[in-house]
Write a protein that binds this ligand. Structure first.
Ligand code: B1M
Length: 216
């Protein structure tokens, strides 16, 4: 127990320091010690990134340092990905996923994608800075029943309404459900823009997408 805490604290610290070499070593050690992938993610990597967020907000850390932390996070998540994704899960359907136009944050969105794949969904990841039309075009061409939108900025969350509106304008409301998520969002916001669902984290996104696809 003490060793687990010690390794997770070291991971959080290396994440804050943006040291991707140490992150790779420490996440590997944590996996070798048998610490669950979800625990390494939540109590190591995400715990560290939460501190980065506070320091960034308080001007104790600056953009180049935050980029290093993001790079270290991506390296750690890449190691955990095989453990987060169970193999040979039958497909539950397709989800088109992306960070909305103007938004370059993708770590949370990528985690949502990994967790959805782990639960058996096929994920079509459109990446970052995705305009509303591209979400809709992809949903049609991929025959996806769910579109997942991620936004980390108060300035880009409004773009989500454009996607929801476009689903209606194109007459797809019965075929395509829109789920939204990201740190500045809330259930109330999701309802106010007419989204079909809101999820507060990646695991919750899986639950909500499963519920949405059951309803259709
Ligand atoms: Co930015 N950034 N950033 N940033 N950044 C925030 C979001 C901020 C809160 C920091 C702060 O001030 N404390 C702040 C936003 C303030 C606001 O809008 N209210 C901010 C700012 C201001 C900016 C810039 C404007 C800074 C600047 O240029 N002056 C700029 C904007 C760039 C742009 O997008 N146009 C910017 C840039 C960057 C970097 C590029 C340096 C980097 C991103 C790198 C990358 O993603 N590849 C970065 C980072 C790393 C952060 C913080 C520190 C961490 C974000 C993160 O990865 N968290 C962030 C502070 C914070 O959030 N605490 C911050 C870890 C991740 C696992 O959590 O992304 O929340 P999160 O995802 C969660 C949930 O939100 C949810 O599940 C995920 C997993 O649990 N979720 C979904 C996310 N999407 C979902 C979709 C779903 C369901 C759930 O369904 C589809």
């Amino acid at each position: 127990m003490e060793l687990t805490m010690e390794i997770l604290e070291r991971i959080a610290k290396s994440l804050m320091a943006g040291d991707d070499t140490k992150i790779v070593d420490e996440v590997t050690q944590a996996m070798d010690e048998g610490i669950a992938a979800a625990e390494i993610l939540d109590n190591g990597l995400i715990a560290g990134m939460n501190v980065v967020g506070v320091k960034f907000r308080d001007h104790q850390m600056f953009l180049p340092e935050v980029l290093l932390s993001a790079r270290a996070m991506t390296a750690g998540v890449a190691l955990l990905k095989p453990l987060l994704i169970a193999e040979n899960v039958p497909s539950r359907g397709k989800v088109v996923l992306g960070s909305v136009q103007g938004d370059l944050h993708d770590i949370g969105k990528n985690l949502v994608g990994i967790m959805l794949e782990g639960a058996g969904f096929e994920v079509v990841d459109l990446g970052i800075d995705v305009p509303p039309e591209r979400f809709i075009d992809a949903a049609i061409s991929e025959d996806a029943s769910v579109v997942g939108l991620s936004s980390l900025l108060t300035t880009t969350m409004e773009i989500m309404k454009g996607v929801v509106d476009l689903v209606g304008e194109r007459g797809l409301s019965d075929k395509v459900q829109v789920i939204v998520g990201g740190a500045p969002l809330s259930e109330e916001f999701a309802q106010s823009i007419g989204a079909d669902g809101y999820a507060y984290d990646a695991a919750n996104a899986v639950e909500r997408v499963i519920a949405l696809t059951r309803e259709t």
